[in-house]
Design a protein around this ligand. Structure first.
Ligand code: GLC
Length: 617
C-alpha cells in the first residue's frame, strides 16, 4: 500500500513553510560566509528522509557527494518587490514592445534618409545585421541568474504571456544552442556555470508516486525560485524538475546526454579542458553513462525509453528505441570516451562504452537504414522466420510499408534516411529530423548514409523545409492514426507542434550537419528562409501546416532556442572550423570491434565484415 506520507511530501514540496524540518529544495543560495573560491560548492540540502523509499544512495562514488557537499553559503538579499516565482532576468533592459517600435522607426529612417541610394543588397545586409542584433538582445534578456551569476536562459521570454507554465524555466536541451552562441562569442561563464550547477542538481532524490528513478538523471529543467526569508531578506533556490511536474510526467532521458555533449563542446571551443577533468565533473559523466549502460531486459544495444523522453516530450508513438535518443546516446558516449580520465577505476567503463558504441553503430547502420532498394526488400519480406540468420530479423510485416512511403522515397539511390524507431514487428518509417541530423553530426551513420540523408533533405525540400526550416518529423499522423497514437492530443493535431510542425531551432543542428558534410550552401539557403520571417513573426517556437506557412496554433513567441538556434547557425556558417570541432569523424576502430568476436561466441550470424565492406564504399 502506498504510504500516505507521499502525499504529504508532494504537498510539502509546494509549500515548504509548512514543515520547517523538511528541506524541499536541493540547492539554495543562502547567506553568510563565502568560504571558497569555488562558487559551485554549495551545501546540498537533502530531504531529511526519502519518505517513500529506502533506496540507499550508494550508486555512485562517495567522491561525488563529498566533492559536491564541500560548501559555502552566502547571502543574496533580494529586492522585496521581485515576484516570487519569476526567474531573475540578468540583462533586463527595456520592454520588448518599446524596442520593436524603435527598430521599426530605424527602418523608416534608413529608407527615407541618406541611405536611399544603397542597392538592394546593401539594404538587405543592413536588415540582416539588425535582425542579428535584435536576436542577441533577446538572447541576453532571456538570461537567468542565480546569486548574481548567469546560469542559463529561460525557454521563452514573451512579456505579454500571462501563463508561461514552465517556459520560464531553464531547460537543459533548450539551453544548448544558447550555450553554443555564447561560447562562440567568447562568453563562456554562463556555460560553465550552467554545467556546474546542473551537475549539482543531478540525482537529487526525487520521487514520482513513491518511486525514485535511477541516480545520474539530469533534470529536464530548473528554475531559480525566490523565497521570502524574513523582512527584506530573500533567498534564491535552484529548483529542478525531473519530470515529476512535467505534463505527462515524461522522463528527461536526453538531458544527461545533452549535458555531456555540451561539456565536450565547452572544452573544444574554450580550450579549457580543466573543467571536464574535475573530480565532480568526471563523476557526473560516469553517473550518466552508468545509468544509460545499466543492464536490463533489452535485446538491442540501443537505449530503451518511454514515449516523450526527448525534444518530443509528449505522446507521439516514440517509445521503444527512437532514433533521436539513439543518436544523442551515441554522441554522448563518444564524448564521454574522449573526456573520461583513464585509470584503474574507469578502464572497465571505457571498455563498456567502446563495445556499446560499436554495437549501436552496427545495429543502426544495418537495421534503421532505408532507401528505395531497402524499402522494396522489406515490401517483399518473408515473415515468421525462426532462426539466428533470418533476413527479416524483427519480423516486420510488409503491410507496414505504407503508401505514403512508397510514393515519397526518391527513385534516386543516393537518397535515404534512418527510420524513426525499430522494435519487434514494428518499424516506424516516419522521418525524424533531429535523429537523422544528429546521426550525421556524430557519424552514427556511414559517410555514404550521411550524404544520402542530406540528399534526401535537398530532394524533399518542400516537405522538410517548406516555408520554415525544419519539419520535426514527416509525415504527420492523421485521422485514426492521430487518435490512436497521440491519444487524440489537441496540441499535436496533424501538421502542428510535434506532429509534423516546423521548428526553427533545428536550424543550428542542420547547419552543423551540412558543414560537416561539406555542403554549407544548403544550410545558407535554409537560414535565409528563416531570416525572412523569424523577426517579423516574433521568434515563434514552431510553425504549422504541411509547408510551415503559419505560426503554430499554440506556439510561444520569443522562444529562446529559436533565437539561439538562428544565431548559432549564423555563427557556424561564419566559422566553419568551429563546426568541425563540434562534430565527430568516422571511427574506424569502432568498426573493427565486433561484439561477437569480443564475446567469443563465434556466432556465424555476425555479418560485420560484410556490413563493413558494404558500408565503407
Ligand atoms: C516543449 C518542447 C520541448 C522543449 C520545451 C521548452 O515542451 O516539446 O522540446 O524543451 O517546450 O521549450
Amino acid at each position: 500500500m502506498r504510504p500516505s506520507k507521499c502525499i504529504l511530501r508532494a504537498f510539502t514540496r509546494l509549500s515548504p513553510s509548512r514543515n520547517a524540518a523538511f528541506q524541499p529544495h536541493p540547492y539554495r543560495c543562502i547567506n553568510q560566509n563565502i568560504n571558497s573560491q569555488d562558487p559551485y560548492r554549495i551545501i546540498k540540502l537533502r530531504n531529511v528522509v526519502p519518505f517513500c523509499t529506502n533506496r540507499p544512495s550508494s550508486v555512485t562514488p562517495q567522491v561525488a557527494s563529498e566533492a559536491r557537499n564541500v560548501s559555502a553559503s552566502r547571502t543574496c538579499t533580494k529586492d522585496p518587490t521581485l515576484g516570487q516565482t519569476i526567474p531573475k532576468n540578468g540583462f533586463n533592459v527595456k520592454p520588448l514592445t518599446v524596442e520593436r517600435l524603435e527598430e521599426d522607426e530605424k527602418d523608416e529612417e534608413v529608407v527615407d534618409g541618406d541611405v536611399r541610394n544603397i542597392d538592394k543588397e546593401g539594404l538587405e545586409s543592413v536588415r540582416r545585421k539588425e535582425i542579428e542584433e535584435e536576436a542577441w538582445k533577446l538572447l541576453r534578456q532571456s538570461v537567468v541568474t542565480y546569486c548574481d551569476s548567469p546560469v542559463g536562459t529561460m525557454a521563452a521570454n514573451d512579456p505579454t504571456d500571462t501563463a508561461p507554465l514552465n517556459y520560464d524555466q531553464v531547460f537543459v536541451r533548450d539551453f544548448v544552442p544558447s550555450a553554443l552562441a555564447f561560447l562562440m562569442k567568447g562568453e563562456s561563464d554562463i556555460v560553465r556555470n550552467f554545467l556546474l550547477y546542473t551537475l549539482q542538481l543531478q540525482s537529487w532524490e526525487k520521487t514520482v508516486d513513491c518511486y525514485s528513478p535511477g541516480q545520474g538523471l539530469m533534470p529536464a529543467s530548473f528554475k531559480v525560485r525566490i523565497s521570502h526569508l524574513e523582512e527584506d531578506k530573500f533567498e534564491e533556490v535552484l529548483d529542478p524538475d525531473f519530470g515529476e511536474s512535467a505534463i505527462g510526467r515524461v522522463a528527461p532521458v536526453d538531458s544527461g546526454l545533452w549535458w555531456i555533449i555540451l561539456l565536450r563542446a565547452y572544452g573544444k571551443i574554450t580550450g579549457d579542458y580543466s573543467l571536464q577533468e574535475r573530480v565532480d565533473v568526471q563523476t557526473g559523466i560516469k553517473m550518466i553513462a552508468n545509468l544509460c549502460l545499466a543492464d536490463g531486459f533489452d535485446m538491442f544495444p540501443t537505449l530503451l525509453v518511454t514515449d516523450g523522453s526527448c525534444m518530443i516530450d509528449r505522446r507521439m508513438g516514440i517509445h521503444g528505441h527512437p532514433l533521436e535518443i539513439q543518436a544523442l546516446f551515441y554522441s554522448a558516449l563518444r564524448s564521454s570516451r574522449e573526456m573520461i580520465t583513464i585509470n584503474d577505476s574507469s578502464k572497465n567503463l571505457v571498455r563498456t562504452i567502446n563495445n556499446r558504441l560499436s554495437a549501436i553503430s552496427f545495429h543502426i547502420r544495418e537495421n534503421y537504414w532505408v532507401d528505395k532498394g531497402k524499402i522494396n526488400e522489406i515490401y517483399r519480406y518473408k515473415t515468421e522466420e525462426y532462426s539466428t540468420d533470418a533476413t527479416n530479423k524483427f519480423n516486420i510485416y510488409p503491410d507496414q510499408v505504407s503508401p505514403w512511403l512508397m510514393d515519397w522515397i526518391p527513385e534516386n539511390h543516393r537518397c535515404g534516411f534512418l527510420v524513426g524507431n525499430l522494435q519487434p514487428a514494428h518499424m516506424d518509417f516516419r522521418f525524424f529530423t533531429l535523429g537523422n541530423i544528429w546521426s550525421i553530426v556524430s557519424s552514427l551513420g556511414t559517410p555514404r548514409q550521411n550524404q544520402a540523408i542530406l540528399n534526401l533533405i535537398e530532394e524533399k525540400w518542400d516537405d522538410l523545409i517548406g516555408h520554415m526550416p525544419l519539419k520535426i518529423c514527416f509525415p504527420a499522423l492523421e485521422s485514426s492514426e492521430w487518435h490512436i497514437i497521440t491519444g487524440s492530443d489537441p496540441k499535436n493535431t496533424p501538421w502542428s507542434y510535434h506532429n509534423g510542425g516546423s521548428w526553427p531551432t533545428l536550424l543550428w543542428q542542420f547547419t552543423l550537419a551540412c558543414i560537416k558534410m561539406g555542403r554549407p550552401e544548403l544550410a545558407e539557403k535554409a537560414v535565409k528562409l528563416a531570416e525572412k520571417r523569424l523577426q517579423a513573426d516574433r521568434w515563434p517556437e514552431y510553425y504549422d501546416t504541411r509547408d510551415g506557412k503559419f505560426i503554430g496554433k499554440k506556439s510561444r513567441l520569443y522562444q529562446t532556442w529559436t533565437i539561439a538556434g538562428f544565431l548559432t547557425a549564423k555563427q557556424l556558417l561564419q566559422n566553419p572550423e568551429m563546426a568541425t570541432s563540434l562534430s565527430w569523424e568516422e571511427d574506424l576502430e569502432l568498426l573493427e570491434t565486433c561484439v561477437c568476436v569480443l564475446t567469443k561466441s563465434g556466432r556465424k550470424s555476425c555479418s560485420r565484415a560484410a556490413a563493413k565492406s558494404q558500408i565503407l564504399i
